[in-house]
Design a protein around this ligand. Structure first.
Ligand code: SAM
Length: 274
């Protein structure tokens, strides 16, 4: 039996702050997240951290199959009970970081989650491993969403912007205030949609290496590219300059001026795949 959106979910176990539990209670935001998935009815949707099921209730019935991955065993048990009569819903009590999401989905899938903020970035990179979801919509800390979508030279532009944009095209869809949650978090949130690129800028199998490469540039973000390459590659100043000039890069430029495409090109030049 399907419960209407807004159903309370019954008995609530204690809120576990260490699991980043902030439950969304704004029906407009919940409906907006569900709509952002653009579901047609034939998909498998994986929801990360369904919690008390507020978003889940907006999703049931929309896809062909809905897989819920929840770490809190008491909440997972509640969801299992609530959706016991719905054969399209499957509840997995597990840590999403230990789960093989694509395997649980059993084929192409769409990903959604109001994810716990203490592990947002690890969850997103875990979820973007090959094979990537068809589409992913996350409710995250607003600052993280802005960093994902930032362009070169923006104040928020950094390693997260480059690595996310190398694999996906992020869109910031809506801002969500603390009052939309119980208990209210201390920070603003935002809904971000990640559309995997048809042609990723780096092969998804090399994404972890690319991420580390980009992070090492931004850990020296005030330095010039020539100095960074000299230090990372263990070469002298002249050799670093030659490498950069040969590829058309200005050795005096700083990392925040390089677009994701340029970073991907630099990665291919310095770490060619055999
Ligand atoms: N989706 C619900 C909502 O919108 O009200 C709950 C969102 S709450 C911010 C995050 C949820 O993720 C919690 O239910 C929490 O127990 C769960 N969670 C935390 N860490 C997790 C992990 N490593 N794997 C799976 N779920 C996790």
């Amino acid at each position: 039996m399907r419960r209407p959106a807004g159903h309370s979910g019954g008995f609530h176990p204690p809120v576990l702050k260490r699991l980043g539990q902030h439950f969304l209670n704004d029906e407009r935001v919940l409906a907006g997240i569900a709509a952002a998935l653009d579901l047609e009815g034939h998909e498998t949707v994986v929801e990360i951290g369904p919690g008390r099921g507020a978003l889940t209730r907006h999703l049931v019935g929309l896809p062909r199959r809905l897989v819920l991955i929840e770490l809190d065993r008491a909440l997972a048990a509640n969801l299992r009970e609530e959706f016991a009569d719905d054969p399209t819903v499957e509840v997995i009590a597990a840590d999403v970081l230990d789960a093989n999401i694509a395997e649980l989905a059993g084929g192409p899938y769409v990903l959604v989650g109001n994810v716990p903020y203490y592990i947002t970035t690890p969850i997103i990179f875990h979820a973007l491993q090959a094979p990537m979801p068809l589409l992913a919509v996350f409710l995250v800390q607003r600052e993280v969403a802005e960093r994902m979508a930032a362009n070169a030279d923006d104040e928020e532009y950094g390693a997260l912007s480059v690595t996310i944009q190398a694999l996906t095209e992020p869109e910031l869809l809506m801002r969500v205030p603390p009052s939309a949650f119980t208990p209210a978090p201390k920070v603003d949130s935002a809904v971000v949609r990640l559309r995997p690129r048809v042609r990723p800028l780096v092969p998804p199998e090399t994404a972890a290496g690319f991420q580390a490469f980009v992070q090492s540039f931004f850990s020296m973000r005030r330095k010039q590219l020539g100095t960074i390459v000299r230090s990372l590659e263990g070469v002298d100043t002249e050799s670093a300059r030659e490498i950069l000039v040969a590829g058309g890069w200005d050795p005096q430029a700083r990392p925040e001026t390089l677009s994701p495409t340029e970073f991907a090109r630099l990665y291919a030049a310095l770490r060619p795949t055999p």
